[in-house]
Design a protein around this ligand. Structure first.
Ligand SMILES: C[S@@+](CC[C@H](N)C(=O)[O-])C[C@H]1O[C@@H](n2cnc3c(N)ncnc32)[C@H](O)[C@@H]1O
Length: 221
């Protein structure tokens, strides 16, 4: 999953983003998103953070959810809108050019489910802390938080292998986009510390990619 560094490059060419991500992950990212989306049910109010071209958004809408999909990148949103239209799902989705920093404007307990694919690894530590605090507030009690993202492996050997495999890609991504991405340190612990309880956790062999389902505190209504 170290190839996620290349997503920065692909984001700078949004029209090639979906094909690029599929090739880079040999389709495995799509399977991770399918598993997470299977937690979403008809009629639920869902929020997709950093929706990009809509990989999770369209899956959620396809399962009957009403989705708010936010992203700071207008070009990615444009492609997501086109895909939603082509899939006949446009009416179920509200795409908004909006950053995570603006989540404070969302009403409390206004979502049944919040999801995020490969967005936490683009946030600073402060943004992650803020995002988790806001997600806990805007999720209904007991509502699921679904995350798929690149994480730092826990042990030295895997970290070295991960860093080595990332290095050329980090350099390439930086040369092309002047931006980089970073695997998130202790993401499950951050989620727990923010007050969520982890329901399921799935890591790849290198323990550098996590699929996580967590629950907001409180009893479901
Ligand atoms: C690697 S892409 C993943 C897109 C999509 N979730 C997917 O899995 O295909 C990360 C997305 O997060 C968005 N993003 C990064 N920082 C953000 C922020 N602070 N608020 C909202 N979106 C953000 C980027 O614009 C980009 O579209």
């Amino acid at each position: 999953m170290s190839t996620y560094v290349l997503m920065r490059i692909l984001e700078s060419a949004p029209r090639r983003y979906d094909l690029g991500m599929w090739l880079l992950t040999f389709g495995s990212l799509g399977h991770a998103y399918d598993r997470l989306a299977s937690r979403i049910h008809d009629g639920q109010r869902a929020l997709d953070l950093g929706c990009g071209t809509g990989a999770l958004t369209l899956r959620a809408a396809g399962r009957g959810a009403h989705v708010s999909a936010i992203d700071v990148n207008a070009q990615m949103l444009e492609i997501a809108r086109e895909s939603a239209q082509a899939a006949g799902l446009a009416e179920k989705i509200d795409f908004r050019e909006m950053g995570i920093a603006e989540l404070g404007g969302e009403a409390s307990a206004s979502y049944d489910v919040v999801m995020s694919g490969l967005c936490f690894s683009e946030l600073s530590e402060d943004e992650i802390h803020y995002a988790l605090k806001q997600i806990k507030r805007i999720l209904r009690p007991g509502g699921p938080l679904l995350i798929a993202d690149e994480v730092k492996p826990p042990d030295v050997l895997r970290r070295m292998l991960h860093a080595l495999s990332r290095a050329p890609l980090v350099a390439l991504a930086y040369v092309i986009t002047q931006q980089t991405t970073h695997a998130v340190e202790n993401l499950p612990e951050k989620v727990t510390h923010a007050g969520f309880s982890i329901e399921s956790l799935r890591l790849n062999t290198l323990r550098s990619f996590v699929e996580l389902v967590a629950r907001a505190p409180g009893q479901a209504a």
